[in-house]
Ligand binder design. Structure first.
Ligand SMILES: C[S@@+](CC[C@H](N)C(=O)[O-])C[C@H]1O[C@@H](n2cnc3c(N)ncnc32)[C@H](O)[C@@H]1O
Length: 209
C-alpha cells in the first residue's frame, strides 16, 4: 500500500501517467468557465488541485484517505493558506461548475448511482463531471489471466471486480452512464472506437441535466 508521499513521487516520475494527467487537466480546464469553482473528488495528493488553482479556479478537494490528505496538505500548503484550495469533509460542502475524478477514483466505487445523485446537488445546472477510469477494453491488459477470465462477464454485464486488486471495479461506459441518469448525461468518451483498445484510461464527460 502506498503512503501519500510514495504515491505522489511515483505519479510524478511516471512519464506515461504524466502524459495522461496533462491530457485530463487540459480537457477539464478547456471546459471550465473562466474563474469557475471546481471539486476534485478523490483528490489524492492534490496534483490536479494545485494546477486548477494556478489557473484561477478555487478548488475544493475531497479525499477519504488520511495518508493522501496529509501529503495534499504539504503539496498544496500555500494554496490552502490562500484558500484557493479548500479541503472539505463531504462533497455536499461545496457548490461548483465541475467535478473531476482523475486516475480511477470511480473504479473504487461499486455503485455510482448514489454518487451521481449527490453530485447533482453539488454541480450547477449545465455543469459537468469529468472522470478518468480504467478502460476495461484495453488490450494491453489481455496478457493477464484476470482480464481474459472476466471478458465474458464484461460483455454480458458490462462490469466485474477483482479481489486481488482490493476490489477495483472495471466498468463499461454504458454501466456508468446508466448509474448517472437521470442526473447526468454521458456526453463524450475519450478515446473513441478502436482507440479504446490502446489506452489504459478512458475519460468520461457527464453533463448535468
Ligand atoms: C489512484 S488515486 C488518484 C488520486 C488523484 N485523483 C490523482 O489524480 O492523483 C485514487 C484515489 O481515489 C480515492 N478514493 C477511493 N475511494 C474513494 C471514494 N469512495 N470516494 C472518493 N475517493 C475515493 C483514494 O483515496 C485515492 O486517493
Amino acid at each position: 500500500m502506498h503512503t501519500g508521499e510514495q504515491y505522489h513521487k511515483f505519479m510524478l516520475a511516471s512519464e506515461r501517467d504524466h502524459a495522461v494527467r496533462d491530457q485530463f487537466q487540459k480537457m477539464a480546464l478547456d471546459l471550465l468557465a473562466k474563474g469557475a469553482d471546481i471539486l476534485d473528488f478523490g483528490a489524492g495528493t492534490g496534483i490536479d488541485a494545485k494546477a486548477y488553482s494556478t489557473h484561477g479556479h478555487q478548488t475544493f478537494v475531497y479525499e477519504p484517505s488520511e495518508a493522501m490528505r496529509a501529503y495534499l496538505g504539504h503539496h498544496c500548503r500555500d494554496e490552502i493558506v490562500r484558500k484557493t484550495v479548500v479541503a472539505i469533509d463531504s462533497p455536499d460542502d461545496c457548490k461548483v461548475q465541475a467535478v473531476t475524478a482523475n486516475f480511477a477514483v470511480l473504479n473504487h466505487i461499486e455503485n455510482h448511482a448514489p454518487l451521481f445523485e449527490a453530485l447533482y446537488r453539488v454541480v450547477d445546472p449545465g455543469g459537468f463531471v469529468l472522470a478518468s477510469m480504467l478502460n476495461p477494453y484495453y488490450l494491453g491488459d489481455a496478457r493477464y489471466r484476470w482480464w481474459r477470465h472476466n471478458l465474458l462477464t464484461l460483455m454480458r454485464t458490462g462490469r466485474y471486480a477483482i479481489e486481488s486488486e482490493s476490489r477495483i471495479h472495471r466498468f463499461a461506459p454504458r454501466v456508468v452512464a446508466r448509474a448517472a441518469a437521470p442526473y447526468f448525461k454521458l456526453e463524450r468518451i475519450t478515446p473513441r472506437g478502436l482507440g479504446l483498445a490502446t489506452h489504459l484510461y478512458m475519460f468520461l464527460l457527464f453533463r448535468r441535466t
